[in-house]
Write a protein of this length. Structure first.
Length: 200
């Protein structure tokens, strides 16, 4: 491994080891203002979040999920590593209550954003998100945008919206120490001018 990558991982280890976690409280959220198809971004506290945060110089968030409402209430469909204990031992696409997604030991800050075309494309992208969830692809540790059999977090969101003909990333790509191909960062999605923040 090149010297630059060793230095990167050493810095990551120091940052991760020094993080203080607080599991006592959760962020409040006004669920009445949510709409299916909204995107929820968070700045995470885990190792993978630290890696993304270090690499994405233009971003304030390290992770993104897709909001739906089911019989259990508001949930987040997302692709995340390091939480296999919650999905039967496999790192698969999962759906969890929004309050768990925002737990203090996982989330330092968050925002909810909505695409301007949600009224037109909402049903289509929600169906696509549920179809992917049912298929349960594994998390893509190789970060290959060219291969849809496994998915990483922003790739999941990218593919959901591409099913409605919308490229949220608008072609933006970046190199990443762990990736074999250029990848999409959360900031590449947030920079889309058709996405706006929802005050919740």
């Amino acid at each position: 491994m090149p010297h630059r990558q060793w230095a990167f991982f050493l810095l990551l280890f120091v940052l991760t080891a020094s993080c203080a976690h607080n599991t006592e409280s959760k962020f409040g959220i006004d669920e009445s203002k949510l709409q299916e198809g909204d995107l929820i971004f968070r700045l995470g506290r885990g190792m993978s979040s630290q890696i993304v945060n270090l690499a994405d110089k233009q971003g304030s968030y390290s992770h993104v999920g897709f909001l739906i409402c089911n019989s259990c209430g508001w949930c987040v469909i997302h692709a995340v590593p390091d939480e296999a204990s919650e999905t039967g031992g496999n790192e698969v696409i999962k759906c969890e209550p929004v309050v768990h997604f925002l737990e203090r030991d996982r989330c330092e800050s968050f925002t909810v954003m909505r695409h301007d075309s949600i009224e037109k494309i909402g049903q289509k992208i929600v169906l696509k998100a549920k179809e992917i969830l049912q298929r349960q692809p594994l998390f893509d540790h190789n970060y290959l945008l060219s291969d849809s059999t496994e998915l990483y977090c922003t790739e999941l969101i990218y593919r959901i919206f591409m099913s409605a003909g919308i490229d949220l990333s608008e072609g933006r790509r970046h190199t990443f120490p762990l990736a074999k191909e250029p990848i999409i960062f959360p900031s590449d999605i947030i920079r889309n001018k058709a996405i706006r923040e929802i005050k919740i």
